[in-house]
Structure formats: structure tokens, C-alpha cells
Design a protein around this ligand. Structure first.
Ligand code: FRU
Length: 583
């Protein structure tokens, strides 16, 4: 999936200050020119001159059309470029991508499509508008997750820059605004006051002369240590990775910094980027936090292989390496935070987290992380990768994860995040372990529940459910002597194997502790995914699916091979969609 078409050198992208625009680099002055016209210059190349008048260009995308490099020249100078599956036939378009052109209003631009099949006419279908292309259809699509975050259009992977400030949760994400496959890495941006209802804002960070914008984090610079504050409010500062060669220039990877003085609406890239030049391999994904005892910022950074490192800084710009963290058993997307054990403020541990959800418990003295455990896991395979936790949510550690893979047939968007979830540390018979649980805000979507208690499971039994595809269920089961209990609901199947201390969702198997004769499960079902949390969140599986036709939403069938298994208690709530409001 992650491959990019490296082609002949094009001009470098324009400037560094990319305020609040989708691929809109700062404009350069251009002479006024005539009206739109289509002009196929040569085989494999076409161009069209436009007088730029509105906020957006709508670019016709045909999924599967093949990659075209599209460049916008203003006054003869390239101001942005990207890879797009540009439709070749104006009458056969999957969806329209946005190119924000507000910075060049009143000027003349030329769209140049390279590596574009001879005779293609897609540029004829480019239009200008002050509106999004999908105002009537956005979020109403057949395969749109109903309470999980998914991008309005285009591709999404890792959550980035998760930061809470002034009543708003910011959700940045790895984004391809121009297609439904991984490419053109950009930070998409959405905000929410409750972690559930999101408003998408223009893309925050777009590729520039140093490369595309890979994953990273954001913080509130409360003390203006970076010196970037402009008004009375503290700046938001983003630390991210540049992937140079993806855009055919720059170092393999380096780390960059950008700041915002208007609550994340527009971003200015630091003029002396990169702040950390390339070190080794594909080192990337800076996650930064403030460490009060030393008054320093700490950065966790993925290095290479299964190795990570910590860096410290007083100003978010100059960074010094302080320690290595090796052999985590995974790569990419580190995170690090301190949590109390069972809520006891006197007993705290540090968690060091990697891309596939492996984590270490340990101690941290402000410079060095010392591990106290081998790599542990709380989530098991499935569609769950590159999770990140929020900065600046005191008292709560809230995490989003990318529901990697999954399928959204013929949709103008691709991929979704897990539900926002809270992390805690709990003492268990095996030692201290990380627990994951949906944030309490999810309960605000619940409607009238259906409950049952004491249902014997001899052979086969059934349970009425609220008749809806969006469901939140809490279940307490007594397995008795059963070796297998199968829950069939919404066309999916969860298999509990109490004697093997395991449960299985589709092809994924995870540990399941039978605690005092009881199995507890929380099952969160959206249109396109299921998340199952076992034993209070000590073990969890997230799975995507494509809903089949004719699933029975109002009934759960339970089969058991034991003689004395039973449902002790089951409560199931219908959930409301977050997309009932047009945006
Ligand atoms: C993880 C990852 C990161 C990288 C980003 C690029 O999924 O590979 O390491 O920064 O995705 O999109």
C-alpha cells in the first residue's frame, strides 16, 4: 500500500507558511489571464489555464485510474504538486478532491497533469466553487462509520497531533486529500468538543520542499518556551516527520516543527526546519510531552528496527538525545506517559508504547527510561495500529488508534479510527497491566436499553437486542463447564473459549481471563466495525468488516456446549449516529 511513484524531478514546492489550506502554498504574484480552456500539450501531459476566482478547485478522481502528478503553477511558478488518480473521462468520476486556491484569488493558474494518458479529458471536469463538492452527500454514504471518525473524503492512517486546548479536542491525521489510497501525506484536521461529533477543518500541514508530512504530535506550549506566541493565548506546537524522498527531494526523514496562534486553524512552519536532521534508517514519528520536574520537553522518536530513543529540549527546537529504548518488539509511532496504578496517586508507572501496541512498563527520571517489564500487549492483532494519546487532558489518558485495513467499497473515503478510549493501569494476578475502555462520552449516544438476566445457555439460546446496527453491549457470562460459547450477532461471531482462556473474533485470538467464574465483555458495534473489550479492558480486539445484506440486528444467538453456562446479565443500548447533522 505504501509505495509512491517516484518520478522525474519537478520544481520544488513553494513556501513554508501553509496557513489552513489544502495543498495551498503561499501564492506568488501572477499576471491576469484568460478563461478556462483545455489544452492537451503532448502525450502523457495535459494542462489547463484557469482564472482563480473561488475558494476551491474540485478535481475529478477516478479510483483505479492510475497515478498522475498534478501541479498548479501560478505566474509560471509551481506552488503545489501532488499525486492524484485524475479521472480521464469527465463522465466517469468517483469523487471530487479539493484543492484550496483562496491564496491566489484573482490570479491565473495553470494545472499541469503529467504522467497522464494521452487524450484524457479529466481536466475539463475541474470546476471552481466556494463549497465542498459533497455538501448533499457527505457522511450519508452506505459504508460510512456512524460513530467512529472517518475522513470526509480521501485516505486516513495514523492519528497525529492529538491535543486538547480551550474546550476543543484536535484530531489531526495522516491524510491523502486527493485519493482513497496512501499518498501525498498531509495532516488532515478535525475538531470536537466531545470526541464524537467532529467538524473537519482545512488540512493543517501540507508537503513542502522538505518532504511529505508523516506522523507526529502536538502540544500546548503554555510557557511559550518556543517563543512562537503571537497573541495572548499560548501557541499550539506540532512536531512531525518530513519524508523527503517521497516528494523526490530532502533527506530520507527529518523532524520538523510548526506552530499555530489561532487555536490550530492556521499553521506556520518553523523557518529553520528541520529541527532534527536525519539520524538513521527511517527514524520518525516524534511524540512530545512536558516533564515538569526538569522543566523540559521530552520527545520519543522511532529510530530503526525495533529501537526507539528519547530526546529533551527546553524550547521545542533544539533537541539532545538522552537515552535509547531497544527491542520493544515493534516499530514506528512511539508514545510515553505516566499513569497511576488502580488510581493510586502514590503508585505510578511509566508506559512506553510502540506502533503495534506492544508496551513496556518502567520508570523515568527525566532523562532515562528504565524498563521494568518485557514487552506486553493489551490489544491483539485485528485492525488496530499506530495509536496515539492526547496531550493536555489532565487526569485522563485518551487514545485513538487507526483501524488499519478494512474495506469501504466504492467510497470517496478510506479507513477509520477506533472509538476514543481511555487507558488506565490495573494490578492483576500477572502484575500491573494496561487496560483500555471506551471513553465515557460514548455513553451519551446511548438510547433506551434492552436487558436480560439469568438466561440458561444449554445448547442454544437467544436474546432480543435493540433493532439497530449501532450497538453498545455489556455482558456478564458464567461459562460453567462449557468449552465453547458462540455469540452470533449482526452477522458477526465472537467465540469464547473459557478452558483455553481465549476469545476469537474472526481470525484474531486474544487472552480471556475467567474471573471468579465470570467472563465480562463490552461489545461496541458500528456499521463497519466491532470492538470487543474483555475482562474490563485487559484484553481487546478491534475488527473491521463490510456489512452483509440481511443481517438480523434484533437478535443475538448464543450456543454453548456446556450444561450449566448462563448469561448472568446483559444490557444492550442502541447508539445514535453522530452524522445526523449536515456539515
Ligand atoms: C505508521 C506510519 C508512520 C509514518 C506514517 C506515514 O503507520 O508508517 O511510521 O509516519 O505511517 O503515513
Amino acid at each position: 500500500m505504501k509505495c509512491m511513484n517516484l518520478m522525474l524531478s519537478l520544481c520544488l514546492l513553494g513556501g513554508l507558511i501553509l496557513g489552513g489550506s489544502s495543498f495551498a502554498c503561499p501564492g506568488v504574484v501572477a499576471a491576469e489571464q484568460g478563461d478556462a480552456s483545455s489544452d492537451e500539450e503532448a502525450a502523457n501531459s495535459a494542462s489547463r489555464v484557469l482564472s482563480l476566482e473561488k475558494r476551491f478547485l474540485h478535481l475529478p478522481v477516478k479510483t483505479g485510474a492510475g497515478e498522475t502528478w498534478l501541479r498548479l503553477d501560478v505566474d509560471g511558478k509551481p506552488v503545489c504538486e501532488f499525486i492524484i488518480e485524475l479521472a480521464t473521462d469527465p463522465n466517469d468520476v468517483s469523487f471530487y478532491a479539493l484543492l484550496e486556491i483562496a491564496s491566489w484569488q484573482g490570479q491565473s493558474g495553470t494545472l499541469v497533469a503529467e504522467t497522464y494518458p494521452a487524450g484524457s479529458k479529466g481536466l475539463d471536469a475541474v470546476t471552481q466553487s466556494n463549497e465542498f463538492p459533497d455538501v448533499d452527500t457527505a457522511y450519508q454514504e452506505r459504508y460510512r462509520p456512524q460513530f467512529h471518525f472517518s475522513p470526509r473524503r480521501g485516505w486516513l492512517n495514523d492519528p497525529n497531533g492529538l491535543v486538547y486546548y480551550n474546550g476543543e479536542y484536535h484530531l489531526f491525521y495522516q491524510h491523502n486529500p486527493c485519493g482513497v489510497r496512501w499518498n501525498n501525506m498531509t495532516w488532515g484536521h478535525a475538531v470536537s468538543t466531545d470526541l464524537l461529533h467532529w467538524q473537519e477543518l482545512p488540512d493543517a500541514l501540507i508537503p513542502d520542499r522538505l518532504g511529505t508530512i508523516f506522523s507526529g504530535s502536538a502540544v500546548v506550549d503554555w510557557k511559550n518556551t518556543s517563543g512562537t506566541q503571537a497573541g495572548t493565548e499560548p501557541p499550539l506546537v506540532a512536531l512531525y516527520t518530513y519524508e523527503g524522498p517521497r516528494m523526490r527531494y530532502g533527506e530520507p526523514t527529518s523532524q520538523g516543527m510548526a506552530f499555530s496562534n489561532d487555536r490550530g486553524r492556521t499553521w506556520t512552519k518553523y523557518e529553520k526546519n528541520p529541527i532534527i536532521p536525519h539520524i538513521i534508517g527511517g527514524n520518525r514519528d516524534p511524540k512530545v510531552f512536558w516533564y515538569e520536574p526538569t522543566g523540559k520537553w521530552i520527545m520519543t522518536l522511532y529510530m530503526d528496527g525495533e529501537d526507539y530513543a528519547l530526546f529533551e529540549s527546553g524550547d521545542l527546537k533544539d533537541w539532545k538525545k538522552t537515552c535509547d529504548i531497544k527491542n520493544l518488539g515493534c516499530s514506528e509511532c512511539p508514545d510515553m506517559f505516566e499513569l497511576s496504578v488502580d488510581g493510586n496517586e502514590q503508585e505510578k508507572k511509566w508506559v512506553f508504547w510502540g506502533g503495534n501496541g506492544k508496551y513496556l512498563l518502567g520508570s523515568f527520571d527525566g532523562h532515562t527510561f528504565v524498563k521494568e517489564s518485557e514487552p506486553l500487549a493489551m490489544k491483539w492483532g485485528g485492525n488496530d495500529y499506530a495509536a496515539q494519546t492526547y496531550s493536555d487532558t489532565p487526569g485522563r489518558r485518551i487514545q485513538f488508534s487507526w483501524m488499519k485495513d478494512g474495506s469501504y467499497p466504492d467510497m470517496p473515503f478510506n479507513q477509520q479510527f477506533t472509538v476514543p478510549r481511555e487507558l488506565t493501569l490495573k494490578r492483576t494476578p500477572d502484575g500491573v497491566r494496561l487496560c483500555v475502555w471506551p471513553v465515557k462520552e460514548l455513553e451519551s449516544l446511548r438510547g433506551e436499553p434492552v436487558s436480560v438476566a439469568s438466561v440458561a445457555l444449554n445448547g442454544e439460546a437467544g436474546c432480543e437486542l435493540p433493532n439497530t446496527e449501532l450497538l453498545d453491549m455489556e455482558l456478564e457470562l458464567q461459562p460453567g463447564d462449557a468449552t465453547q460459547i458462540k455469540l452470533a450477532l449482526h452477522g458477526r461471531e465472537i467465540i469464547l473459549l473459557p478452558k483455553e482462556n481465549a476469545f476469537v473474533v474472526d481470525d484474531v485470538r486474544a487472552p480471556l481471563a475467567v474471573d471468579g467464574e465470570t467472563i465480562t465483555l463490552r461489545i461496541v458495534l458500528d456499521r463497519m466495525s466491532m470492538e470487543v473489550f474483555a475482562n474490563g479492558g485487559l484484553s481487546q480486539i478491534a475488527k473491521c468488516f463490510v456489512p452483509g445484506a440481511g443481517a438480523n440486528f434484533s437478535h443475538m444467538k448464543i450456543t454453548s456446549d456446556g450444561t450449566n453456562a448462563c448469561i448472568k446479565q446483559m444490557t444492550a443500548w442502541p447508539l445514535r449516529s453522530v452524522w445526523n447533522v449536515k456539515q
